[in-house]
Design a protein around this ligand. Structure first.
Ligand SMILES: NC(=O)c1ccc[n+]([C@@H]2O[C@H](COP(=O)([O-])OP(=O)(O)OC[C@H]3O[C@@H](n4cnc5c(N)ncnc54)[C@H](O)[C@@H]3O)[C@@H](O)[C@H]2O)c1
Length: 357
């Protein structure tokens, strides 16, 4: 395996994979322009002999010849790096988001179609026990056909502010919070809806982190609200609050035969429980209690890594859903700017999700 981008995500999530003593995953190369980051990572991985590159991914893939490359660089670099890896015929596991807008999405979809190599995008929140439980309830039919999903996601101040301070602070690098952060949630909404989004209305604004508190070039907003209409008529209402007294979300899934209600505390410690209330019309309400798993993102990262890297198995890939999440996020930006609803039914991502690329 090779790793591209050796920052926070790579160190917290992928380093344990390659540093494990069982040798199931062998690190053969790394790429990062930051020499200190390379040295730190290779030292911690116990592989100082791995091939190193500052920025030339072609050379890394040619010289180290990995079976799979993990891309964990800043968001604006993903599409080009994924395209390069696919062109080499190397399987890719790319961090979310797959790109920062529809131009990136089209580029990746084209590269993916033209390559025999596999592409998986790290939408780890699909592997969270609570989110899977909500999916299982919906799929069981206990609430009927889903008509609306309402999610408000809250960020604690330290978390929200980090986006306004780090590289995410410019739209050119992150696509704004509606892409870099919301892509997680927009992907969950489409997964739960089990339908294709076709129309987006959105507004974004800067409510909390005023310009005197951020670097002068910070041009992203910290508050996002959107309505997404799906092909089958279902609606998703989504809000992202960049500064709140809690981390997690309120979620209401309304169906033709009942409702699912969740108050998710993303900081709940292992040993406590997530609570999912299921109200089926004509029946007594029931409560699912799901143990909070240890580990990053409530155990979702570990579950995702086990699923794909134990041993490496890309499965069917999830590029269409990842592409749709970015397409909806970018449509929120466009809708907010224009003050009008944005039709995404003709985009490459939606065509791909419909199976008509
Ligand atoms: N799935 C999740 O829960 C989750 C969580 C955090 C971050 N992420 C994603 O992981 C990625 C990395 O985020 P991070 O927080 O680690 O950022 P970071 O800034 O900590 O690390 C990014 C690294 O990429 C390096 N880099 C810069 N230019 C590069 C290039 N041309 N080629 C290769 N590397 C380059 C930087 O030097 C840095 O070491 C982002 O796409 C982010 O959205 C995902």
């Amino acid at each position: 395996m090779a790793l591209v981008g050796l920052g926070h995500r790579a160190t917290t999530t992928y380093l344990p994979l390659v540093a494990a003593a069982d040798g199931r995953v062998e690190l053969v190369g790394v790429l990062d322009p930051d020499r200190a980051a390379r040295a730190r990572f290779l030292d911690a991985a116990g592989r100082p002999d791995a091939v190193q590159q500052a920025v030339d991914l072609d050379a890394l893939l040619r010289d180290a010849r990995p079976d799979v490359v993990i891309v964990a660089s800043p968001d604006d670099l993903h599409a080009a790096q994924v395209e390069t890896a696919l062109r080499h015929g190397t399987d890719v596991f790319c961090e979310k988001p797959i790109g920062i807008g529809t131009a990136d999405v089209s580029r990746v979809l084209h590269a993916s179609r033209a390559s025999d190599a596999a592409l998986v995008v790290g939408h780890n929140l699909r592997f969270h026990d609570l989110h899977r439980a909500v999916k299982d309830v919906i799929d069981s039919g206990r609430v009927g056909r889903v008509t609306t999903v309402a999610m408000t996601y809250y960020l604690l101040p330290g978390h929200g502010e980090s986006y306004l301070r780090r590289w995410h602070r410019t739209r050119a690098r992150s696509g704004g919070l509606e892409v870099t952060k919301a892509c997680h949630h927009l992907d969950l909404l489409t997964w739960w809806m089990d339908d294709v989004p076709v129309e987006v209305s959105g507004r974004t604004s800067r409510e909390h982190y005023t310009s005197d508190r951020t670097p002068p070039d910070a041009d992203i907003d910290d508050t996002v609200a959107a309505v997404v209409r799906y092909a089958g008529g279902g609606l998703a209402m989504y809000t992202l609050v960049g500064r709140a007294d809690r981390e997690g979300c309120s979620l209401h899934v309304q169906g033709t035969g009942g409702r699912v209600e969740v108050e998710w505390d993303a900081k709940a410690p292992p040993g406590s429980e997530h609570v999912v209330r299921v109200l089926t019309t004509g029946q007594a309400p029931s409560t699912l209690r799901i143990p909070v798993a240890p580990g990053r993102h409530g155990g979702a990262d570990a579950r995702m890594l086990r699923h794909h890297f134990d041993p490496w198995d890309p499965g069917a890939g999830n590029v269409a859903h990842a592409a749709v999440a970015v397409t909806v996020g970018e449509a929120i930006t466009r809708s907010s700017r224009r003050g009008a609803t944005v039709d995404i039914s003709g985009t490459d991502a939606v065509a791909h999700l419909r199976g008509r690329p």
